[in-house]
Write a protein that binds this ligand. Sequence first.
Ligand code: ASP
Length: 326
Amino acid sequence: MKKRVCVIYTGGTIGMTRTEYGYAPKKDFIRTALSEIKELDSEEMPDYDLVEYDPLLDSSNIAVSHWIQLAEDIEKAYHQYDGFIILHGTDTMAYTASALSFMLKGISKPVILTGSQIPLCEIRNDGRDNIIAAFMIAANYDIPEICLYFGNKLFRGNRATKISSDDLIAFDSPNYPPLAEVGVRIDLNKDNILAPGKDLEVIKFQNHQIAVLKIFPGIQFEVFENIMTSNLKGIVIEAFGAGNIPEGGRALENILNKAIENQTIVVVCTQCLKGSAIIGQYETSKGLFEAGAISGYDMTVEAAITKLYYLFSLNYDIDTIKKLMV
Ligand code: ASP
């Protein structure tokens, strides 16, 4: 029997057209554009239904409420489809992929986010190939995960990050191998793919206050002291290299003391594209260690932020969240 996938278009370059102010998503355009990709009519391809969100969003406007909408829509339609394709803007695609990987607990079908750097309305575009490959993978391969497909590679959603604003290879997964590579063949890296879950359960994120602080030489931490209120649930520190901060944390002391006082969870990620942040590897991370900060290891910042949302939304106590963040 022919497979069936559900395509959700949230907005983003792939379905944008030219306007006098630059590219913007246009209602109904994606339906026409998909109908013009003749390969999608092939016997090898799944049938599909298209859901177009209203309003269509440049993904810079995606918020927690949209992640919830996506998760709930997938939950509602879950038993009618073999897989889901989310056409999404590239700017925040890795955040949405990470968020859905936590929200869609127990998933046993592929959910593939893709988009393009050049819209389908242009003669030369990357959207067409991304869509064709995403359709083929969603219908024919057992990948029970939230994935991101771009530039001939299928990545685990919560490992992917946007690495270029203009190359067609716009994403990478620097700390985890691709789940599949699309060349002459579609090669699956079976050992890297998760086992299917049993029952889908949607964990709805609550809109907690989370912050990100990127360290740079000469940073004046007092600029950030006012954000350290008791409403701030978690802060991701993008530290240097293996998790280092200026002066071993003494300069950051006020911020860290406020975090302790307010029970704000401090997670340390690296600002390097690849590798891990491990508190304690260098003396310059001493202050973080003393403040009870936790190492984010090789998590992307996108994954750290969305994992904080996830754990706080489960209403765990601080110690449990700290344990589960790792
Ligand atoms: N600004 C666009 C978006 O993220 C960029 C893209 O889709 O490539 O929606």
